[in-house]
Design a protein around this ligand. Structure first.
Ligand code: NAD
Length: 256
């Protein structure tokens, strides 16, 4: 019950990492807003959790994280429902990409930057305003990626957006730290969610072979880290990147 009574927004809450994090937070006693573009799937996550009878409680909310007014409205809805905000998990995102010479900005650059980069800036900004307004600090956790720290095939725009997530996090921690607000980025490696599964079994097997563990990371393993970072046990962790990649970023030479 490390998150007992804490109020959290989890964006991308209907997806793999988000769903697992919602369940972990509810087990730890949090009140959770399951926020996603897909309201129907977000509601199923809530219904499933209700049926499992966790300690915490949850509601579903539709949000397009690439819209600042939507993100502001999401925070307002959270406060209306639960009275405050303690944890903002900026997690919604999309992946993909094409070789640079096949790209055009309208299709390949702007949509991904809006969803994977602008969304995190919006989430940090809206949460920070709420933390200051309620005069009680909170935690902002944002999902980057191993590709935010190194280049990969067809990942130029995705990697740039995920690098921005790390930079936003550092600046937010620097600026908001004196108010007691923490900001942390996580960099998952290869996680067993729809994002990887849709690439097919061949690529899935390649990714597994590149992990020292020989397996994809399960979304629950990411959720455990997020719950720790959101808790008071992580009070000294601020402005940094937590690698939840089974060593991928430490062992780059293994894959050269
Ligand atoms: P997922 O596809 O299972 O879930 C992503 C969720 O985000 C979906 O429910 C989707 O509906 C939602 N979403 C997409 N666009 C949105 C928008 N505009 N507004 C609101 N919600 C939106 O993928 P996942 O693996 O759970 O990914 C979660 C995060 O983890 C993403 O930011 C992703 O980039 C990051 N990540 C994933 C991996 C991996 O291997 N799966 C690795 C590193 C980082």
């Amino acid at each position: 019950m490390r998150l007992d009574g804490k109020v959290a927004i989890i964006t991308g809450g209907a997806g793999g990492i988000g769903h697992a994090t919602v369940r972990k937070f509810l087990r730890e006693g949090a009140k959770v807003v399951v926020a996603d573009l897909d309201l129907e799937r977000a509601q199923s996550v809530v219904d499933e959790a209700d049926a499992d009878g966790f300690a915490g409680s949850a509601i579903a909310a539709r949000v397009d994280v690439s819209s600042y007014p939507d993100v502001v409205a999401l925070v307002a809805r959270t406060v209306e429902e639960f009275g405050r905000l303690d944890v903002m998990f900026n997690n919604a995102g999309i992946a993909g990409g094409r070789p640079l010479l096949e790209q055009n900005p309208e299709k390949d650059y702007y949509p991904m930057i809006r969803i994977d980069q602008d969304s995190v800036y919006f989430g940090i900004l809206a949460a920070a305003h709420q933390f200051v307004a309620q005069d009680s600090p909170g935690v902002i956790i944002s999902t980057s990626s191993i590709y935010g720290e190194s280049a990969a095939e067809n990942a130029m725009v995705y990697g740039a957006a995920k690098a921005a997530v790390i930079s936003f996090t550092r600046s937010a921690a620097y600026e908001l730290g004196p108010r007691g607000i923490r900001a942390v980025a996580i960099t998952p490696g290869r996680v067993n969610t729809h994002m990887i599964q849709r690439l097919g079994s061949e690529l899935g097997e390649l990714f597994k072979s590149q992990q020292v563990s020989g397996k994809l990371t399960e979304p629950e393993e990411i959720a455990n880290t997020v719950a720790f970072l959101a808790s008071d046990d992580a009070s000294a962790i601020n402005g940094t990147v937590v690698h939840v990649d089974e060593g991928y970023s430490a062992f780059k030479q293994r894959f050269a």
